[in-house]
Design a protein around this ligand. Sequence first.
Ligand SMILES: [Zn+2]
Length: 667
Amino acid sequence: MKNIFTLLLISTSLLFGQIDIREIFENKSEVYFKFEIIDRSELNILTNIISIDNVVNGKTVYAYANINEFEEFLKLNYDFEILPNPSSLIVPDMSSNLEDITAWDVYPTYDAYVNLMNQFQTNYPQICKIVDAGNTVQGRKILFVKISDNVEQREAEPQFMYTSSMHGDELTGYVLMLRLIDSLLTSYGNDARITNMINNAEIWINPLANPDGTYRSGNNTVSGATRYNFNNYDLNRNFPDPVYGVNANQQIEVTRFRTIQEANNFSLIANFHGGAEVVNYPWDTWANTGTNSRIHADQTWYQYISHLYADTCQTYSPSGYMSGFDDGTTNGGDWYVIHGGRQDYTNWYRHGREVTIEISNTKLPPASQLPSFWEYNKRSFLNYIEHIFYGINGIVTDTAGNPLRAKITIISHDYDSSEVYSDGVTGFYTRMIQPGNYTLKFQSPGFFDFITDQIQIANYNSSVTVNVQMVPTAPIPVELVSFTANVNKNDVELNWTTATETNNRGFEIQRSVIPNGVRNLVWEVVGFLNGNGTTTEPMNYSFIDKNLSAGIYTYRLKQIDLDGGYKYSGEVEVTIESPAYFSLEQNYPNPFNPSTVISWQSPVSGWQTIKLFDILGREVETIVDGYYDAGFHSTLYIANSSLPSGVYFYQLKAGEYSDIKKMILMR
Ligand SMILES: [Zn+2]
């Protein structure tokens, strides 16, 4: 009796009412189905259980599930209808012949696809390079072509990526991306616009992100293609998620993409899908309206580029294409929330920009329709790439010109990971942005923050280059025991002590001014002292920077060594105050022959004169006659050889102020 009871339990676990899961999944790894919801809030639970593919009119849900997911779904007791898998609806035209394939009205076999990718590199080795991102679960290849001039090098250029068909049964983008590669390569040198793009950007294109899904039935057909990968995971629910973090069951295909992205600094990406016709912008994790909503800091810019893509398609297609939703665009979460999508991974974790482009309502259209979809989209493909040149861009380096990875934040604009980073290899950054006035803050560990002046972006197609040199907050080199600065009126005396000395060392004295409290990042060289030769004893150095105007000054030492290496000292900051009152100082030396220094100070700027009189009050000559800033001043007076020894008087006049002092010339 007990045995029979156990057997019954086992069989009912696969039976829900009259539903037999084993029957539904017979000869299938995933099912496609639809059902109705009453309230959109149901989607927030459903999206964690099954892979929602579309939500029509806010109530009809189309979805995929593997057997485990479907079992969970059945527990929710929805009435559902199993649909034929989209890749089973037609018999796709296939070819393994490169000549046929490059007519672009046929689906390539897997081997032909790999051959064609290699052919691109063979035919255009100067501007096209295959990047093999690694194998899939079943050992197929995830391939990119990188298209750029000097393709073997990583240059200070924006990096762009197109990737298609991570859902293995959504294949319009697959063939269109192959055609785009061909079009870019054949246009290089012929078409000025495309040549410019290739010269000034790195364009990475991955036509097929989930080859195991696409060739689920074997390498010679895409019939029977699946949405999921070979392990029956939806790759577009498998990326690190802003809410849930890294997926515990991260699939190897996702790992491959993450490796490529983490080794590069892609600023702009689009990933192509099918099953709808719409440009889907972030976030997918959150809707942009209602409770628990979040709006991307660049939503206005995203809406602009999404509309531009869709509008251009509409212009070159029959009415109805790419015109649903909000005129061919939608916020991802507003359509339906998903977790683990690659779009949000790029935005949240990589600080890049990525949209999801649903390119055809039919996931696997007859191959004869592919040239039409090319016509509808080919201009939008190029327009979208070109955004990478707009906005604010430049190169971040340290003071020696070495490229630097820095965090770049638009003040009072960025939040939720919308700040961008410069590339650590090249220093290049780009910050695409809607028109407006922006102040950028650059931050990098070990360097002072740098804040730009206000930068104006006049329109969506304008670009402003802002190169930034960041100043290290370098520790005092071990050789330096101390480094101090003392102010004496308008002179700054620097003193430093070394622990040991080596030959052919010198110290460059550098100064940076902070007028009005705003740091001027230009370091000016104000002096150089040779080292004192080889010794293990401490050595003292002193340098006086003279006659400075009021302001805040920062000094550092650049220790230059024999081998051409150098180190910076820490920095010392001093303030030269404006004097509080006028004062004329006693000349020095006094008595003098024939030269002496006359110093004075003025609390305000203005015309100032110093005249010399003899003992009878007769004017002898004018020593100073000019406009002077508020501050400490001095002048070297050299008595003319005809001037006899004797007592003289020098008088300072500045506005209402006047003072007079006696000096003695002793020949
Ligand atoms: Zn998709």
